[in-house]
Design a protein around this ligand. Structure first.
Ligand code: MLT
Length: 263
């Protein structure tokens, strides 16, 4: 198994038979994993706000929620922003979520692979690692980055995924130089993931914009066994059968006290 990581989120060429894991820790893939673990039916990631409104018209009223951000803030006319702390069962259970964010939702449309394209976060890192091992294909980790730039927190998460796969020791794994770098970076921050968020550009932006609580929240590791998979424009849950912890995954351990924007 060969593992590569796209350190700069430029659109890769179409990849055949390679599993892809898209990561946007702060905060799109954290939101996607959280919403689906709380019972959201599916997530439709769309690149623009206009497309989000257009998509919503296709579905019966009351079945769909609009979520996402621009400049980290909830979009006018939307139901939810882009804090995972807004995506609890009471709001999202049984609902379809149409999501548009600055980097994360676009990343799903940038990769085209014959293999499976999954959403990764710290919330489901162990499950994603096991899924990659089960599939046994070469792996491309695709950090969403920060408006085309390298992103520290996504790369640290990619490094943790690599670490989990290496630790399983089930397969012969080869790493590119970029994967080695991500793995080394993870070793540096593994005792304090939030530190990497605080050093990152987007982490600092989120603190400035009033979303500091999201940092600790998004740093929770292995709180669900759900692997959201992107297929034909829609993200739905793939639940690992041997670790079934209930139909909608595990309730995140953080408290609900600090709710996200719009609460
Ligand atoms: C993104 O997709 O760029 C992020 O999730 C942005 C954010 O949440 O602030």
């Amino acid at each position: 198994m060969h593992i590569d990581i796209q350190l700069i989120p430029v659109t890769p060429a179409t990849i055949s038979s390679t599993s892809v894991v898209v990561i946007d820790i702060l905060r799109a893939t954290s939101v996607i994993v959280h919403a689906i673990s709380q019972g959201a039916l599916e997530v439709i990631p769309v690149p623009t706000v206009e497309e989000a409104f257009q998509f919503a018209k296709k579905f019966p009223r009351g079945t769909t929620l609009l979520g996402g951000e621009r400049g980290s803030k909830k979009i006018e006319g939307f139901d939810l922003g882009n804090s995972p702390r807004e995506y609890f069962a009471e709001k999202v259970k049984g609902k379809r979520l149409i999501l548009t964010t600055t980097n994360g939702t676009k990343a799903f449309h940038s990769v085209s692979s014959g293999g499976e394209v999954a959403a990764g976060s710290f919330f489901n890192i162990g499950a994603v690692g096991r899924r990659c091992l089960d599939l046994g294909q070469d792996l491309l980790i695709f950090p969403s980055g920060d408006e085309g730039r390298f992103s520290l927190e996504d790369t640290v998460c990619g490094g943790m995924l690599i670490d989990r796969i290496l630790t399983e020791g089930k397969r012969l794994v080869t790493l590119t130089d970029a994967s080695q770098l991500a793995h080394v970076l993870y070793q540096r921050f593994k005792e304090n993931l939030v530190e990497s968020f605080r050093l990152s550009t987007h982490g600092r932006d989120l603190i400035e914009r009033g979303f500091e609580e999201d940092l600790a929240y998004c740093a929770q590791v292995d709180i669900t066994n759900i692997v959201p998979v992107f297929r034909e424009g829609v993200i739905r849950a793939h639940l690992l059968p041997f670790l079934s912890l209930g139909s909608t995954g595990v309730t995140p351990v953080a408290t609900r006290e600090g709710k996200g924007e719009g609460e």
